[in-house]
Design a protein around this ligand. Structure first.
Ligand code: CDP
Length: 230
């Protein structure tokens, strides 16, 4: 069957990457976590004390950043590398999450990340999740999903994830971080988070991961069996 591009956008912690990973694996497609790219750039900026409000500094820093994904042979999951270092785990820290939305609002950062994302989609057969994938990165994607979940459920899910790794994390911190990122992501000037007009809303507040996957898979099948557009 022909390969397509599937985009999954939505607010923080609504289960985009969980769904995207499972869907990609079921379809034997590549999975790309676009948020990991913004997180890795943020990590680089924090480590190197880059002032992201200074255009020249940002341009110079970006020219020193190389990002790529590799599939971990043990877990079969795609992991992100920053200048050759596996940063898949360190970028999930709240220290990075506290700054990532500010960094992701910078024009030069988005130009760099979007170009890299578009290149990864050249051969189709890809599931990519993020905030602007259906609107800006792949406006012609064959299937666009806008994933939603109740805000309280999103906070609980992310708290569980972070608390397992770091018991010092509080639910208030996580709630504040999600609210702040959703606000900045939705209100920034360039490619703000919004549902693409042709995206299909999928609300997983009351669905298990398996049920969410099945619904998304049905959407893919329905799309693939549709006659080609001229
Ligand atoms: O996992 P979660 O949904 O909380 O976030 P993420 O996908 O790891 O993305 C982290 C941050 O990167 C978001 O809050 C956005 O600020 C930014 N981002 C973006 O601007 N555009 C994307 N396509 C993906 C992420």
């Amino acid at each position: 069957m022909r390969k397509i591009i599937v985009t999954i956008d939505g607010y923080s912690s609504c289960g985009k990457s969980t769904l995207a990973k499972k869907l990609a694996s079921k379809l034997h497609y590549k999975y790309i976590d676009s948020g990991a790219m913004y997180r890795a750039i943020t990590l680089y900026f924090l480590r190197n004390r880059i002032d992201w409000n200074d255009n020249a500094e940002v341009d110079n820093a970006i020219s020193n950043i190389e990002l790529h994904f590799e599939v971990n042979p043990d877990t079969k999951q795609s992991e992100i590398f920053l200048n050759g270092e596996n940063v898949e785990y360190v970028i999930r820290d709240l220290v990075v999450a506290e700054k990532v939305s500010e960094v992701a609002a910078v024009k030069e950062v988005r130009t760099f990340a979007v170009a890299a994302q578009q290149k990864l989609g050249d051969a189709k057969g890809i599931v990519m999740d993020g905030r602007d994938i259906g609107t800006t990165v792949f406006p012609n994607a064959e299937l666009k999903i806008f994933l939603q979940a109740d805000p309280a459920i999103r906070v609980t899910r992310r708290f569980k994830e972070l608390h397992e790794k770091n018991p010092a994390v509080t639910i208030e911190e996580v709630k504040h971080n999600l609210e702040m990122r959703d606000y900045i992501d939705s209100n920034r000037e360039i490619s703000p988070l919004r549902k693409a007009d042709d995206a299909i809303i999928l609300d997983n507040s009351d669905l298990t991961q398996e049920e969410t996957l099945n619904k998304a898979y049905d959407l893919v099948l329905a799309m693939k069996t549709k006659p080609h557009k001229a």
